[in-house]
Design a protein. Structure first.
Length: 93
């Protein structure tokens, strides 16, 4: 199994208004973004070219909002997420 291009563990993943996991994982591997629970179960995934991500003006430095398959998720604690997502999307064209 190849190393993922990006992996951040201990990420809080929430779908308004509730938290889905407080210690999840955000992984970018083979051109796909995957949101995983602390047990490794997949919450959602999509090709990186189909994912929209941003940071609201009121968010802290380690917070992001990602839209995956039309569902908005709030991610807290995934440092380096934006750079990794952009890099992976650029590689995929």
């Amino acid at each position: 199994m190849a190393e993922p291009e990006f992996s951040a563990r201990g990420v809080r993943i929430a779908r308004w208004p509730r938290s889905l996991t407080r210690a999840g994982e955000v992984r970018i591997e083979d051109g796909r973004l995957a949101l995983l629970t602390s047990y490794g179960s997949e919450i959602d995934s999509a090709p990186v070219t189909a994912v929209r991500a941003g940071r609201p003006w009121f968010a802290k430095a380690d917070e992001a909002v990602a839209t995956v398959n039309g569902t908005r998720y709030r991610l807290t604690g995934g440092k380096g997420f934006f750079a990794a997502l952009k890099r992976a999307a650029d590689e995929r064209g």
